[in-house]
Design a protein around this ligand. Structure first.
Ligand code: DP6
Length: 332
């Protein structure tokens, strides 16, 4: 199944029709997975091996504005800077936009503004593709439901399927070959005391993309076969933790899930280690603080930075131990 087949099914008679408006604009939050998406059963459609569960970051995310232009080719403006259309970022974006227009018939000006630290390993592609799909929905006047938008965003980047909602979000893995049952849904529970701290230990670009690392892990890690069972258990525990506001269960499960993902990466060949010495030092500090009774946990994605998980009651303490961490309250 090709991406364009999926787009055709979702848009029906609206497929490759002219936009009803001149411009479309939308915001989407970024998200942090508490139970990770790691491994695809279909590379083309970004269909996952397992379900996953994330928390969206409120006002942290990307805004996309897409305007029909009379230029001969697309123009991409990222945070007020014109981006060369030859760089991988632009190529990926343009090939995504090509799914939605008769080739060569329409040029767009795409403005993306993001308030996420760019190299923070904060799944900036998630907010980017989700905001682009929402902006296209407005530009074309498709009036799609959120599940359909989630499927379209997934075609850009897997984790983008979760950025269509705020709060806790579950991405159903689905079983169909065409992925029509692989979309995200919001978990209604709110948890106002829930805090996240972005601990940036390095802003250098990551060496291996999550896309490449994921593929390598599935292909070469002897530990990968244990991953789906780990996700089944962790997903169930995180849902219980959310329903019962059991923060220790949530923190412990999310941290263990992330460390297990990184264990599969270390056992891939060539191995992938996203941690740098500052990452390990921060982990040891967190473990020590926890031994002393502080309810602090972390998660880590495809980069060296950590996301601290804690409750509002411990905010002042966390800030004294991690003065540089940017604090976010996703439900505020
Ligand atoms: C570690 O969604 O960036 O952040 O589908 O290839 O675009 P592609 O991958 P991507 O991978 C995210 C990996 C992760 C875990 C997660 O967000 O669940």
């Amino acid at each position: 199944v090709k991406k364009s087949d999926v787009v055709q099914v979702i848009l029906g008679t609206q497929y490759l029709q002219a936009p009803k408006n001149i411009t479309g604009s939308a915001f989407a939050p970024t998200n942090i997975a508490l139970c990770k998406y790691w491994g695809k059963r279909d590379q083309e459609l970004n269909l996952p091996v397992t379900p996953s569960l994330s928390i969206s970051l409120g006002k942290k995310g990307a805004n996309a504005t897409i305007t029909v232009s009379d230029a001969t080719h697309d123009e991409i403006i990222l945070n007020d800077q014109l981006v060369n259309t030859d760089v991988p970022f632009s190529k990926r974006l343009i090939s995504f936009l090509n799914l939605f227009r008769l080739s060569g018939t329409l040029a767009f000006t795409i403005c993306i503004t993001s308030n996420i630290p760019i190299a923070a390993g904060l799944a900036s592609s998630a907010a980017g593709f989700a905001s682009i799909v929402k902006a296209l929905n407005g530009l074309y006047g498709w009036q799609l439901d959120t599940s359909s938008l989630s499927i379209l965003a997934r075609l850009g980047s897997g984790s983008a399927s979760r950025s269509l909602y705020q709060g806790f979000v579950e991405w159903h893995k689905g079983v169909r070959k065409d992925g029509m049952d692989s979309f995200s849904e919001a978990i209604r529970e709110i948890w106002p005391e829930f805090c996240i701290g972005l601990l940036i230990v390095s802003d250098k670009e990551k060496g291996v993309s999550s896309r490449e690392a994921m593929q390598r892990t599935v292909a070469t890690s002897a530990l990968y076969s244990a991953w789906p069972q780990k996700v089944t258990t962790d997903l169930a525990d995180i849902k219980i933790a959310i329903a019962e506001k059991d923060f220790n269960l949530l923190g412990k499960t999310a941290e263990s899930n992330a460390l297990t993902m990184h264990a599969t990466l270390l056992s891939a060949w060539p191995p992938v280690n996203y941690a740098i010495s500052e990452t390990i030092q921060a982990m040891q500090k967190i473990w020590q603080l926890r031994n002393n009774g502080l309810e602090i946990y972390f998660t880590q994605d495809a980069g060296p930075n950590l996301k601290l998980l804690f409750l509002q009651k411990d905010l002042a303490t966390i800030q004294t131990h991690f003065p540089t961490a940017e604090i976010l309250q996703p439900f505020a």
